[in-house]
Design a protein around this ligand. Sequence first.
Ligand code: PAF
Length: 282
Amino acid sequence: MILFQSTSDLRSYISEQKAKNLRIGFVPTMGALHAGHLSLIKIARQKCDLVVCSIFVNPTQFNVASDLETYPRPLSNDIRLLSEGFCDVLFNPSVDEVYGNDFTKDSSDDYGSFIHLLEGASRPGHFDGVITVVKKLFLLVQPDEVFFGQKDYQQCLVIQTLIERNFPFINFNLCPIARENNGLAMSSRNVRLSKEEFELASDLFKNLTHILTNWKENAWLDALLEARTFLSKKPFELEYLEVCDQFTLEPLKAFKPNAIALVAVQLGKTRLIDNLLLKPTL
Ligand code: PAF
């Protein structure tokens, strides 16, 4: 695996690969890699000639300073995992290399009303920071295919909108959520959970599954209310649990066959999100 820290070195390397007509797959990350990230690398490996991963803890998308400061950064372990996972290129720039002195953020305000719901409401300015950095990374890496995890479902909608508007030649891949044996969605922030919290956190997936099991016109609303009641009790602090349209993220007022349940809770010091696509079972 080749490691680049400078944007100009990466730019010249990418130009050489483009000249060879290689299909470039890109997996942007903030590091602290786990099996979920490695599954994205694996899917990219199957579809592309050259797999590029970035590790960059992007300061402009954090709206809580302590979250940025304590974000895990186990770089040497990440490098080992990526090499073993057959990643070709790692881009690991400094903040200065990406932003210089200019931390101006792009605005996601006109991306549609979905931008202000759920994560947009809980983390003001977060998606502005995401599109700012992802745009810079796409311009540098010039990928043909990009791979994002469904765990950050709303982020996936944001990136799809960015692609439609600015990078129509990039193919977006929505990749399944990787889960622990107890159902907890894998996340870099899970290392902050105590052993007890790790077990309790499986209740998120259990409650999403409860909604899916009752995904019928006459049962879904009761199941949603039951799940909300469950996750509103200590030790959870429920931020939201909604059943929404898959594209607009507007909370459903009436049943429709395809939707998505999305949840965010605070558990101790850790904020957890998860989601489950809802469709009728046969
Ligand atoms: O999902 C993430 O890890 C980040 O939001 C991303 C897409 C790498 C942008 O910093």
